[in-house]
Write a protein that binds this ligand. Structure first.
Ligand code: ADP
Length: 416
């Protein structure tokens, strides 16, 4: 079996790759759509293609994911995984449902499943409702997300306007009965032309049941945790090789996530190390020159933080001035420019907080392939790029409060 995965953002892709690597798979991660001439699966069991399509117009998200699927098929992948955020980040228009449908159509898949549960990171699906910790998604800080505010927790209600096919549920009572019960229910739903099936999962064992029941499905969709059982289910041997490459120096944290956990991590780090806040209004007037000067004045090896992360009131203020998309684009462009500047200064170790933010920064740095290194926290591995680069891409709400100060200590100590 060869698994081809498509992720809707870059932090999601490293999260997925990290969990598959933890399960023993050899994972190759492509940043952006690979050229038709690029060869996949060179010694790897899984290819993950990281796209940045979460908030793109639906048509573009569909065409990019279809192109990624075609590349994976051309490289002889025979099972496929569509990975989105464990908080189901999407709008009424998409892009979770529309991408599923285009992938299903291209593959000739009659049915697929949806399971964003990620128990290790506090995401649970019960009776079709998504919980963040003990809270419904719609009560969590995701209700204030700058680009995809999640104001409903019912996955069936969220998915229905995004797809043309019928949506159904396999609830925990069935999942608890085991693999055969799930398979039987899937077949019953298929008989009723239910093509999109949300499945409950409240613990890692549930995910193993679901992954086993759906092992032969051409396409499954979900958060990264649903892919974790794949290596064991497919007899992949644990990867003992342990990738080593000499890393370059210089440590920089760039945070554009406004999620609650990132803001707590920013506040924690700001008490321990040098930090600089960017303000969208100031950026629109004066650009990043003063931030470059600030960075140039910092000690090179010690981690330092540049962030735009702000509380919902401040985000709302910037959004009312520029519009939500434009405010995000302004900040993403500034952080990208700073990443390029740091790179030219010789920086090699980057930690980026925020899904969209990571996508912008990695694209700006022109990185096309990453290998997977040690995990910093569940869902956030270090990754290695060409030329001694180390990158950690953190989804907004992931990691503990001291994540920023701890992360660099997880890198191998060898320095070129
Ligand atoms: P997360 O992983 O928490 O969802 P993202 O990076 O995906 O984080 O999304 C955060 C979005 O908010 C980005 O588009 C970012 O540019 C934007 N943003 C960051 N800081 C601000 C700010 N101060 N005002 C408005 N938008 C902001």
């Amino acid at each position: 079996m060869r698994l081809g995965a498509i992720a809707d953002d870059f932090t999601g892709a490293t999260d997925l790759a990290g969990l598959l690597a933890r399960g023993g798979a050899r994972v190759s991660l492509r940043v952006g759509l690979p050229d038709a001439s690029v060869l996949g699966f060179q010694g790897a069991d899984v290819e993950v293609v990281a796209l940045k399509i979460r908030t793109l117009p639906k048509d573009q998200a569909q065409s990019q994911s279809k192109a990624a699927l075609k590349w994976l098929q051309s490289q002889k992948a025979d099972r496929f995984f569509w990975k989105y955020c464990s908080t189901f980040d999407s709008t009424d228009v998409g892009n979770i449902g529309p991408v599923s449908e285009v992938l299903m159509q291209t593959l000739g898949a009659a049915q697929t499943i949806y399971c964003p549960a990620y128990p290790e990171n506090g995401r649970f699906v019960f009776m079709g409702h998504l919980f963040v910790g003990q809270m419904l998604l719609s009560n969590s800080s995701m209700k204030d997300h700058p680009l995809t505010p999640m104001r409903d927790a019912n996955l069936l209600r969220l998915l229905t306007p995004q797809v043309t096919g019928a949506v159904g549920l396999i609830d925990r009572q069935i999942v608890a009965l085991g693999v055969t019960a799930v398979q039987t229910r899937l077949a019953e739903l298929a008989q009723k032309n239910v093509t999109h099936v949300v499945i409950d999962a409240i613990c890692t064992d549930d995910l193993a049941t679901i992954a086993t029941a759906c092992k032969d499905m051409l396409l499954i969709t979900g958060g990264s945790a649903l892919a974790m059982p794949w290596p064991a289910l497919n007899g992949v041997w644990p990867n003992q090789a342990g990738l080593f490459q000499p890393l370059g120096r210089g440590a920089l944290i760039l945070a554009g996530s406004c999620s609650e956990m990132t803001r707590a991590q920013v506040a924690d780090f700001a008490q321990k190390g040098p930090s600089l806040q960017l303000d969208p209004h100031d950026l629109s007037q004066n650009g990043v020159q003063s931030a470059k000067e600030w960075l140039g004045a910092q000690a090179f090896d010690a981690p330092k933080l540049i962030y735009s992360s702000a509380a919902p009131e401040q985000v709302a203020k910037a959004q009312s001035q520029f519009g939500a998309q434009a405010a995000g684009a302004l900040v993403e462009a500034a952080l990208s420019e700073l990443a390029i500047f740091a790179r030219t200064m010789g920086y090699h170790r980057f930690l980026v907080a925020g899904g969209e933010t990571s996508g912008a920064v990695i694209t700006a740095l022109g990185i096309s392939q990453l290998d997977i290194g040690p995990e910093i926290a569940p869902g956030v591995p270090w990754t290695y790029g060409a030329g001694g680069l180390a990158l950690a891409l953190k989804s907004g709400n992931f990691g503990e409060i001291d994540f920023f100060s701890k992360a660099f200590g997880k890198l191998p100590s060898h320095v070129t």
